[in-house]
Design a protein around this ligand. Structure first.
Ligand code: ADP
Ligand code: TRP
Length: 315
């Protein structure tokens, strides 16, 4: 039987944190054996936020090393960058022509930016159409993402349906795949862990960093259990075991934090060291990206030829 297709992407906007890993990236590794998996570096999405060539290059390479260090196997997974497959931006344009402004205005990301009175660029406004193109070009069955990306996958579904209605069946309708237990990973202050809140623990943190960040966790507590420490610890140990431990050491915040530091170091160290080893062979990593780009492009080109026929621009 043919494998189903999974696709996801990460924006190269800076070092990943535990929220990115447990909310989204961990699933990639788990899915790579059972799905034909496309792991994309969403550099054109990141262009909305990173407008500096050096930083962009550094971040793209960063995501590539992250993907490999968490255990994506390039023999199984197609690792590629969005900008290597111009069909993504081409299809996004076509989607723009069948999408209305009020519909895009309903996006959470757009509403958040508007509420903050931010100046919103057109790229941010159209973000969901580029993401729909990413997903639909590959006849994707499932899209593993964190819960905050659910709406974006819905945009892709709606857009596929609209196109299919207008031009005849062309696109598969993708499903989001969201890990239930860790829908949202909390940060060191108890809010959602996010780069934009400065409350993250980096996925590849050095031992001193782990210590510094864990010691900085805000210790609001319920029945002498520091809930933010517990919530992060819960990513690493079974709930039952952890409850037992936290009750046994109720009120001993420092000891609990030290245990968390130890567990985090055990969890992070192998990936961190693997990433360092990979970083010693940048040409090798870039070779993987090039090969992935070529493979993705072959698939996207074929789909795009079909789409151009459907809309009547190929004679
Ligand atoms: P950030 O909020 O730090 O900027 P991104 O928006 O770049 O993170 O998210 C990248 C991926 O990681 C997305 O799939 C998102 O759903 C997931 N993700 C980010 N933060 C969390 C979190 N705290 N809990 C669960 N998933 C998260
Ligand atoms: N929007 C996603 C994020 O912010 C990144 C992304 C871009 C993506 N294209 C995608 C995720 C396609 C899944 C599928 O995390």
């Amino acid at each position: 039987m043919e494998k189903k297709i999974a696709l996801s992407g990460v924006k190269p906007t800076g070092a990943p944190h535990l929220g990115n890993y447990f909310g989204a990236m961990k699933q990639f590794v788990e899915l790579q054996n059972d799905y034909e998996f496309y792991a994309m570096i969403a550099d054109y999405h990141a262009l909305n936020f990173i407008q500096n060539a050096e930083e962009m290059q550094k971040n793209i390479l960063g995501v590539l090393l992250d993907y490999l260090a968490i255990g994506l196997d390039p023999r199984k997974v197609t690792i590629f960058k969005q900008s290597d497959v111009p069909e993504h931006t081409e299809l996004a344009w076509i989607f723009d022509t069948i999408t209305t402004v009020p519909y895009l205005k309903r996006s959470h990301a757009f509403k958040d930016a508007e509420a903050k009175n931010k100046e919103i660029n057109v790229g941010t406004f159209n973000y969901p159409m580029l993401m729909a193109a990413d997903i639909l070009l590959y006849d994707t069955d499932i899209v593993p993402v964190g819960s905050d990306q659910k709406q974006h996958v819905e945009y892709a579904r709606d857009t596929a349906e609209k196109f299919n209605r207008l031009y005849g069946k062309t696109f598969k309708i993708p499903e989001p795949m969201i890990l239930k237990d860790v829908a949202t990973v909390p940060g060191t202050d108890g809010q959602k862990m996010s780069k934009s809140y400065g409350n993250t623990i980096p996925l590849f943190a050095e031992p001193e960093e782990i210590k510094k960040y864990v010691m900085g966790i805000v210790t609001d507590s319920v029945a002498s259990i520091p809930k933010n420490v517990f919530a992060i610890h819960a990513l690493l140990r079974p709930d039952k075991e952890l409850r037992f431990l936290y009750h046994a050491k109720a009120g001993k915040y420092k000891e609990l934090k030290e245990m968390l530091i130890e567990d985090l170091e055990k969890f992070i160290a192998p990936m961190r060291e693997q990433r360092k080893a990979l970083a010693r062979d940048i040409p090798g990593a870039l070779g993987i990206l090039k090969e992935g780009g070529e493979k993705a492009k072959r698939v996207a080109e074929r789909k795009m030829a079909e789409i151009r026929k459907k809309i009547g621009v190929s004679l």
